[in-house]
Write a protein that binds this ligand. Structure first.
Ligand code: CTP
Length: 405
């Protein structure tokens, strides 16, 4: 699976750096092309000579070799790589990556990456548990990086807990799985919607909802990482869609999202409607700010058009349509009814009664129901893991439909 894959391995100054020669050896054995880059602190733990011997290429620590006038270009490395794997990553480097501090070659290469990035933190358990470390990890995840969670176990300090670098064999497996799943959606055209919609009341007010867009953005990033050509239609959000495979279309209201979706949907193989589209909009929009002089203001609402229902009506036979259902009660039955009413292939059910599910969280808990009635219950997972699970299941239908052709 890794034959010919171009992999940058970035090492930072943690004792777990001693495991990376094994990782490089495993990658080379699988036929990958590997370039190793190191921070100056990493050199204290493992030598560049070991790594250049194993990777069969020079190792870059310092971008400038002033005496020889040589300069190593981190941008070239960013263009070259199919994936970058940073392991081990210290709390210090996590902070730099999360905040764009580019004071060494490893972080500049990270900032230049045009490919999926894997980050494997390793540190002592208290450093790992510190809110600033956790916050940096969440930030890096929100940028679309894939975190290879540290393992729980014995640490170099003698303490025991979370913080151990994932084993090289397991990192290899994660990369192999990544490339396998990536091929499943290669060149597929996927439309993803995300975020809330804002329904104008007057020039300064709107009706909205708590959606942040995180689930839709994560799905878009994961699909693009698997080789899909993604169109992401999003309502107002502060998130960035940082992947070359994503074309972003920004909309504000349910009406704008409807128009954008109707124009894009016929061009796509797979459509995933993760947006929390407003169900109602204000019947009248005031051209001027509504003053608070009146004792009561009554807003008359009218329903918005149901985009998913309309796409379901126009769906071609070989298109896969996926909807979301956010329910508070009678969840399974409501979701099943929505699946049939909207002519969906899958519906992803979120229950607001579940701990770890809901708006603005890093985690989610879903139940996936297909049109044949099969139900798959999931656990509380990160949105990245959930996006991966959803796309794994959709990919299976793609592989099956290829088989039938
Ligand atoms: N949806 C849509 N257009 C709308 C409202 C919802 O496309 N105007 C899509 C959402 O993106 C989601 C699915 O429909 O994929 C379910 O949304 P939800 O609000 O849970 O369901 P509704 O069908 O609106 O039913 P209800 O609000 O009565 O539960």
């Amino acid at each position: 699976m890794l034959k010919g894959k171009k992999i940058v391995v970035g090492i930072t100054g943690s004792i777990a750096a001693y495991k990376i020669p094994f990782l490089v050896r495993l990658l080379i054995r699988q036929g990958a092309e590997v370039r190793v880059i190191m921070t100056p602190a990493a050199v204290d733990f493992v030598t560049p000579l070991t790594l250049s011997t194993l990777s069969m290429h020079p190792v870059v620590v310092d971008p400038f070799k002033a005496q020889s006038g040589e300069w190593n270009n981190h941008v070239d490395l960013g263009q070259w790589a199919d994936v970058m794997v940073f392991a081990p990553v210290t709390a210090n480097t996590l902070g730099k990556m999360a905040h764009g501090i580019a004071d060494n070659f490893v972080v500049t290469a990270y900032l230049s990456a045009k490919c999926p990035v894997f980050i494997a933190p390793a540190m002592d358990l208290d450093m790992y548990g510190h809110p600033s470390t956790q916050h940096n990890i969440s930030t890096l995840q929100s940028y679309g990086n894939i975190i290879i969670e540290p393992q729980v176990g014995e640490l170099a300090s003698g303490l025991s807990g979370p913080g151990r670098l994932e084993e090289p064999e397991k990192i290899l497996l994660i990369l192999e799985r990544f490339f396998t799943s990536r091929q499943s959606l290669n060149k597929k055209k996927i439309l993803v919607t995300a975020g809330p919609t804002h329904e104008k009341i007057d020039p300064v007010r709107f009706l909205g909802n708590y959606s942040t867009g995180k689930m839709g953005f994560t799905l878009a990033f994961e699909a693009a990482s698997r080789g899909a050509e993604v169109t992401l239609i999003t309502g107002p959000t502060f998130l960035n869609a940082s992947h070359a495979g994503i074309r972003r279309v920004d909309v504000e209201s349910a009406d704008e999202m409807y128009e954008a979706c109707m124009a894009e949907a016929p061009k796509n193989d797979i459509i995933i409607m993760a947006a929390a589209v407003a169900d109602f909009k204000s019947k009248k929009k005031s051209a001027v700010k509504i003053k608070k002089t009146a004792a009561h203001v009554t807003l008359e609402l009218e329903p918005t058009r149901d985009i998913l229902l309309e796409i379901g009506r126009q769906k071609r036979k070989n298109q896969v349509l996926v909807g979301f259902a956010l329910e508070t009660d009678n969840e399974l039955e409501n979701a099943r009814q929505k699946l049939h009413r909207k002519n969906l292939d899958f519906i992803i059910l979120n229950s607001l009664r579940d701990k770890g599910a809901g708006f603005g969280l890093e985690t989610n808990k879903i139940t996936m129901i297909d049109k044949a009635g099969n139900v798959q219950h999931g656990n509380v997972k990160t949105k990245q893991e959930i996006a991966s699970d959803i796309l794994d299941i959709i990919s299976e239908t793609q592989i099956c439909s290829h088989g039938k052709q």
